[in-house]
Design a protein. Structure first.
Length: 223
């Protein structure tokens, strides 16, 4: 839950993981130990995510549009945009020709960035290269068996082939969804009865072989 004071960029309270249960009497019990106090850094992070999301959904878009929609100061939007440009998440497009004044520059996601995605099912896995707009650039299916070490070896081989087929793309990481329970802190696969795999450190195995950061998530949550 986010509690944001309108038109106040630094006054914010964040409680990202509140556990609320509804009792038989209709009352809710909130675990207050999960609350986190907001800070200037929290506010900047949230504003950055909002601006990036708006660029993704409305691209191409101008800085002035972002300031008008978000209610943020233009200087704040400009600072966030410059940060996203430095980090290569977005890029600048052509200028809009206007009769007078400065020509505004369009902003869009950087389609040179991409990620590797792996969707693991019992007996089969699908690997793909996906750009920041969610477009699947290429994909490949491969069989996976009950031997987790052998399955990871096959997945890594497939990922390397996909990586090499897109030399112009900058791959930023690997996202994997699995039909099993994942430890949220270690991201270790701890229970996957349909795969019939033992507890396995899939995350670090992929990171070690691919040299990219990996994120593991349960398939239902990933949806």
């Amino acid at each position: 839950m986010l509690i944001i004071a309108p038109n106040a960029e630094n006054r914010i309270t964040q409680a990202p993981s509140i556990q609320a249960r509804r009792s038989r009497g209709g009352m809710q019990r909130v675990d207050f130990k999960d609350f986190q106090l907001g800070s200037n850094g929290t506010s900047r992070m949230i504003n950055r995510d909002i601006v990036l999301q708006l660029i993704r959904t409305d691209q191409p878009v101008f800085r002035a549009d972002l300031a008008r929609v978000t209610g943020l100061q233009r200087s704040t939007v400009s600072e966030i945009v410059n940060q996203l440009l430095r980090e290569s998440w977005i890029c600048e497009g052509p200028n809009l020709r206007t009769p007078r004044g400065r020509h505004p520059i369009m902003l869009a996601l950087n389609d040179a960035l991409a990620v590797l995605a792996v969707d693991i099912h019992p007996g089969q896995a699908v690997a793909a290269v996906v750009d920041l707009n969610g477009r699947i650039l290429s994909s490949s299916s491969l069989p996976v068996g009950k031997d987790s070490a052998r399955a990871i070896k096959s997945i890594v081989s497939c990922l390397k082939q996909l990586r090499d087929s897109h030399p112009s793309k900058s791959l930023e990481g690997i996202g994997v969804c699995v039909p099993g329970r994942v430890n949220p802190k270690t991201q270790r696969l701890v229970f996957a009865p349909n795969l019939q795999w033992d507890a396995f450190d899939l995350k670090h195995a992929l990171e070690r072989e691919m040299g990219l950061a990996a994120e593991i998530e349960n398939a239902a949550r990933a949806c």
